[in-house]
Design a protein around this ligand. Sequence first.
Ligand code: GLA
Length: 660
Amino acid sequence: MRTIRYGGDYNPEQWPEEVWHEDVRLMREAGVDLVSLGVFNWGIVEPAPGEYDFGGLDRIIDLLHANGVGVDLGTPTASPPAWLRRAHPEIRLVDSDGRTMSGGTRHGVCPSAPAFREACASIVERLAARYGAHPAVELWHIHNEFGWGGAECYCPVSERAFHRWLESEYGDIDRLNEAWGTAFWGLVYRSFDQIEAPGAAPPGVNPALQLDWRRFSNDEHIAGYRIQREIIARYSEVPATTNFMVPNCKEMDYFRWAREVDVVSNNHYLVAERPENHIELSMSADLTRGVAGGPWMLMEHSTSAVNWQPRNLAKRPGEMRRNSLAHLARGADGLLFFQWRASRTGAEKFHSAMVPHGGTDTRVWREVASLGRDLKQLSEAVDSEVAAEVAILWDWESWWALELEWRPSVDLRFRERVEAYYVSLWKQHVTVDFVHPEADLRGYKLVVAPSSYLLTDAGAKNLRGYVEDGGRLVVSYFSGIVDEYDVVHPGAHPGALRETLGLWIEEFHPVAEGASLALDSGAVGRIWSEHVRLEGAEVLAAFADGPDAGRPALTRNRLGRGDAWYVATALDDATGLRNLLADVLDSSGVHRPTGAPEQVEIVDRGGLRFLINHTGEYVAVPGLWGIDALDGTPYDGEVPIAAGGVAVVRITEEAPPQGT
Ligand code: GLA
């Protein structure tokens, strides 16, 4: 049976070799079976151009292998050596303000720079040739967090690469002018090389130019990944990954990235001071599963505090276990940390690790070893499906477009609305999948579009087809407004969804900062109001005050065998969204566990039900029969969970959902 992989980033080059022997002994003790090695060791294995020193890496790989620890072998290209920066100063990344990035740290390199790409190819070829067939190597870890520390480079080399990218996209300049709508302000181009990278400029840079710049920059990083991937494939049959930063990297379109990697892996760090930060963790895990289209791997999280937030709060006892098991519940097949042993030197010495500075007589170490034991009991979760009947639409391009300048309100934020709907569903114990608007939606009882400002014709057609075939769609305001060039869909808003929703919008009425609006249902809206004109939809609630008093705020349009709901203001869980979604969920037949406290996270994966108690109180969750997968406790209709505890139940029988 396959196991849940357990481990972390391992940086033995920071330690004398005698420590390595203690490391492997402790890894065995904690059940560690996979470490990411060599992620930042370029300056060590290639001390001068073309000179190599693989002695240390050879020895540690052999030692790990002899101790049953697999290797996720890094390509060290996220930290170029000092000699490369000196020999080729042109590889330094230039930011949008024209500032050139210095060294003394990792990253900060132009992804398009030929000298950088060549140097990467050369070190990767050496590594792949040397270790491609080593039995310890189970995974290739290409680069690290593509896009971190400057996703976009504005240097002249990048600008020329952008011209080539545009030329291959559009073929001729007239097509580009047409798509970008350059008649506006007469911003017409007569050749591709007239186009400037959209760096610091007066406001109003063509939004279509900005969107294509984002697409180009994402593709440049993908091109860098591919160069390495193709070299590795010549020497090794082992799968490759690169660690994503879902959902916190806005610049990388991970739906595109997921097509490139053999295994989707993600890094997630709790925002320590954020209230209910465990819900943001759930969202990250669900979105990672969405881009992966199935199980994935958690490449990094932290055992306790990180070092880079304003106040690096330590995790409380049991919190790391809850975090790790939540990732597992939501589709992770491996749980790794940054990092194995806490550094003494450098920028990350105050970051927690599996082995803290204080060693093994510490709470963190005990929790690490105990989690390792737990995971051995849960191997049956590996490769199994997470059950979800509801989908939320997510699209990086829509995120980019919505948050360009000069929108009707600065309060229109992509994640704000997605998170509002996600949080409300989470608190009602509903697990969601995140899907792209053009994905196959059949099979979902409910699809929610909280913030689909940019919607292609294909996406709009997909949503309409889903509804006509019997689906239920909930759409929030300012969706279906523009196409992929940020051009307004023809006619009245929301052009792409007008027929699906059975309405049109005469005028937007954004709400002043901090102000709110009443609905006649008792709900309270924020941010948005608008003049909705019906064209087949029925009114479920109306605005009771504000500029649209008496007009529709919540509507439903029956179309084919399904229906599409529209919400014309920002409702939050406590101010109306919960009630609205509860109605929609009930009428859609979405199954939800009943009787569990709101802050108990409940997720079904394979034959296991994970119940994670985020409260400081003991709770008892009713309606479950089964066996505890961790300690064999039988449950007869009720599962007791200690404050902050987790139960993983192998379900044998379940009470029928209420009302059936
Ligand atoms: C990122 C990096 C790691 C490390 C951690 C610290 O995720 O990939 O190398 O710097 O952050 O939290």
